[in-house]
Design a protein around this ligand. Structure first.
Ligand SMILES: NC(=O)c1ccc[n+]([C@@H]2O[C@H](COP(=O)([O-])OP(=O)(O)OC[C@H]3O[C@@H](n4cnc5c(N)ncnc54)[C@H](O)[C@@H]3O)[C@@H](O)[C@H]2O)c1
Length: 278
C-alpha cells in the first residue's frame, strides 16, 4: 500500500504512546482513523487534542480481550467510514516476574491482550478487507522482546514471540489476497508501557505493586526511548515498502545474531549426536 489518503485505519491502543502516534501520522496523510482503546477518558482527550487537518477521526471504547467488543468497534467503523483498509493491532501491556511469582490470572490477562487481542483484530478485519477487495494491511505490534529475551520478563516475551510467529505466517497466507503484513519490533519507545503492569488483575485487586530493580530499569529505558512520532513515520514507510519486520535500534541488533548462533550451535550438536553429517 503506497497511498494512505482516503483510506480507513483501525488502531488499537490509540489513546496513548505508539497507537496515538500512528493515529497522528495516518491522519496527517489523509487517512481516516477509528481510534480504539479500553481507556475511554484518555481516548476522548487524545482525540480532542489532534489537529483538525488531514483525515477524519472517530473513537471506539474497546477492550481487545473481547472478540465481541472488537466486532462491535468494527461495525461502528464501517457504519461511519464505509470500509476498513488497515488494522493496527497495537494495544499491549507488560508484565514482569519470575516463575512461582506470577498468578495464573495475570498470565491469562497478558495473553488475552497481547496475543488474543491481535488475533481478534485479524479475524475481524481481514474478512472486511476481503469483502471490499481494494487491498489491505495488517500491522501487528510485537517488540524486540519478540526476538530476544531478558530474565524476569517471560510473560511479555512469550506473547511477543507469539505475535512475531503469527505475523510471519499471516504474511504468507494473506499475500495472494493483496493484504500486506508487518510486525513492529521496536526496542525502547517513550510511552506509558512501563505502568501497564498496574492494570493486571492481581494489582487491581490490591496485590503487590510492581516494583524492584527490573521495573526501575525498564522505566528508565522507556523514558529515554525513541520518540513515538519518529517511530510512526518509520511504520508508515515500512507499510509502503511491505516490510515483514520493523526494527528501530542499532544496539540490540547483535542480540539477534547471538540468538541465531546459539540455535545453530545446539542444532549442529544435536545432529552430531544423531550421527547425521552436516
Ligand atoms: N514502549 C515501548 O518501549 C515498547 C517497545 C516495544 C513494543 N511496545 C508495544 O507497543 C504497544 C503499544 O504500547 P505503548 O508503548 O504505546 O504503551 P502505552 O501504555 O503508552 O499505550 C498502550 C495503550 O493500550 C491501551 N490498552 C491496554 N489494554 C487494552 C485493552 N485490553 N484493550 C484496548 N486497549 C488497551 C492502553 O489504554 C493504552 O492507551 C504495546 O503492544 C507494547 O507492548 C512498546
Amino acid at each position: 500500500m503506497q497511498d494512505f489518503s482516503g483510506k480507513v485505519a483501525f488502531v488499537t491502543g490509540a489513546a496513548s504512546g505508539i497507537g496515538l502516534a500512528l493515529t497522528k501520522a495516518l491522519k496527517a496523510q489523509g487517512c481516516h482513523v477509528m481510534m480504539a482503546d479500553i481507556d475511554g477518558d484518555n481516548l476522548i482527550k487524545a482525540s480532542n487534542d489532534l489537529p483538525n487537518d488531514g483525515g477524519r477521526i472517530s473513537t471506539a471504547v474497546c477492550d481487545v480481550r473481547s472478540l465481541e467488543a472488537v466486532q462491535a468497534a468494527a461495525e461502528k467503523t464501517v457504519a461511519e467510514f464505509g470500509k476498513v483498509h488497515l488494522v493496527f493491532n497495537n494495544a499491549g501491556v507488560a508484565l514482569a516476574g519470575n516463575p512461582g511469582e506470577i498468578e495464573a490470572r495475570d498470565w491469562q490477562w497478558i495473553v488475552d491482550i497481547n496475543l488474543m487481542g491481535v488475533v481478534y483484530g485479524v479475524e475481524t478485519f481481514v474478512p472486511l478487507m476481503r469483502e471490499h477487495g481494494e487491498g489491505g494491511y495488517v500491522f501487528n505490534t510485537a517488540s524486540m522482546a519478540g526476538h530476544v529475551t531478558m530474565a524476569g520478563m517471560a510473560p511479555y516475551h512469550a506473547t511477543k514471540f507469539a505475535v512475531v510467529g503469527y505475523s510471519e505466517a499471516l504474511k504468507q497466507e494473506l499475500a495472494p489476497e493483496n493484504i500486506g503484513v508487518s510486525v513492529l519490533c521496536p526496542t525502547w519507545v517513550k510511552t506509558n508501557i512501563h505502568n501497564t503492569g498496574e492494570e493486571r488483575p492481581s494489582a487491581v485487586d490490591g496485590g503487590v505493586a510492581a516494583g524492584g530493580q527490573l521495573y526501575e530499569m525498564v522505566k528508565g529505558l522507556v523514558e529515554n526511548g525513541m520518540s513515538p512520532d519518529n517511530l510512526a513515520e518509520l511504520c508508515l514507510k515500512s507499510i509502503q515498502a511491505n516490510r515483514m519486520y520493523v526494527f528501530t535500534d542499532p544496539e540490540t541488533r547483535i542480540a539477534i545474531d547471538m540468538r541465531r548462533d546459539a540455535i545453530q550451535a545446539d542444532y549442529k550438536a544435536c545432529l552430531e549426536d544423531l550421527g547425521i553429517e552436516i
